[in-house]
Ligand binder design. Structure first.
Ligand code: S0N
Length: 270
């Protein structure tokens, strides 16, 4: 597959193939553990992908075949978060989790090897997960003095059920790709050498569908899980759509033309 670079970064790769963007955590020497810089670079790449109308789907993955991501880089974990170049402790991966949830395009995790800790929460918040046969999933928080009590726990419980989610966190066991598939944690498992073709095939299949329909389905499912914040996202999508209608434009035009709006002409659908 011929990926072309969209922008150069220090700790990620950001590439495009057709209408698909691929964001790759590029720290294979630490199983793609992330730093505040890795995360801020991912946030920028996701934001560029969101704004670029030519991009319809985004793949998130890790460099090499050994790991998707092993979570926060423990070597720079300080008091209150992961320490950045300005000596500020950050947990900015939480902002990235939210961005992946609200970006109105499908985000697909392509998992090879370890998907562990905060890395595994990243694959969880992606809309779909395509795993290679060598993928291993698990949380380590209670072993290493951390925990993700947000999406990492509550949303995991929605996805795999409360009993399994508690098992995952209480025991810190590691699960094979097949076990994760059986739990409904991921979408499919394929041989390692096929995982990229398979992930691109899924993205291309979705790209043939109505982008507005996909946008609303994603927002609706997230609204169900995210409460008022999810509803705000869904409502914003509805407003965007309303702005494209004659009825929506009539209100703005009437204001600018200093006249009363004429809404009577618009149909009152059942
Ligand atoms: C993935 C594991 C199981 C792989 O084991 P394996 O194959 O034996 O490889 P290793 O020899 O262990 O690793 C190879 C090299 O990579 C380094 N390394 C691996 N993971 C990390 C990491 N996370 N940080 C820093 N370095 C890492 C190894 O040290 C080794 O280097 P060398 O060769 O130089 O010795 C195994 O590696 C493993 O268990 N890794 C640690 C997994 C882990 O505990 N991750 C952190 C979990 N917590 C989070 O991710 C928190 C996320 C977060 O930000 C957050 C979000 C919301 C709320 C709270 C938090 C929070 O911070 O708490």
């Amino acid at each position: 597959m011929n990926w072309t670079t969209i922008k150069e970064y220090q700790e990620i790769l950001f590439e495009q193939y057709g209408h698909i963007a691929k964001i790759t955590i590029n720290r294979p020497h630490v199983h793609n553990a992330f730093t505040p810089l890795t995360v801020s670079e991912m946030i920028e790449a996701f934001t560029i992908s969101r704004d670029d109308a030519s991009i319809g789907a985004i793949i998130l993955t890790g460099a090499g075949d050994k790991a998707f991501c092993s979570g926060g880089d423990q070597s720079i974990r300080g008091n209150g978060g992961y320490i950045d170049d300005h000596n500020i402790p950050r947990l900015n991966v939480l902002d990235l989790q939210r961005l992946i949830r609200i970006i109105p395009k499908p985000v697909i995790a392509m998992v090879k090897g370890w998907s562990i800790g905060g890395g595994n929460v990243l694959q969880l918040v992606c809309d779909l997960t395509i795993a290679a046969e060598n993928a291993v999933f698990g949380q380590t928080g209670p072993n290493v003095g951390s925990f993700d009590a947000g999406y990492g726990s509550g949303y995991l419980a929605r996805v795999v059920g409360h009993k399994k989610a508690k098992e995952v966190w209480f025991t810190c066991r590691q699960y094979s790709a097949q076990e994760a598939l059986d739990m409904g944690w991921i979408n499919t498992v394929v041989p390692l050498e096929e995982v990229e073709n398979e992930t691109v095939a899924w993205a291309e299949e979705i790209l043939k569908k109505s982008p507005t329909a996909i946008r609303f389905i994603k927002a609706a499912m997230n609204a169900d899980t995210d409460g008022l914040a999810g509803l705000q996202q869904f409502a914003g999508d509805a407003t965007m759509l309303y702005y494209t209608t004659d009825e929506g434009r009539e209100g703005k035009n009437a204001f600018l033309e200093k006249r009363d709006p004429d809404f009577e002409k618009f149909p009152k659908f059942p």
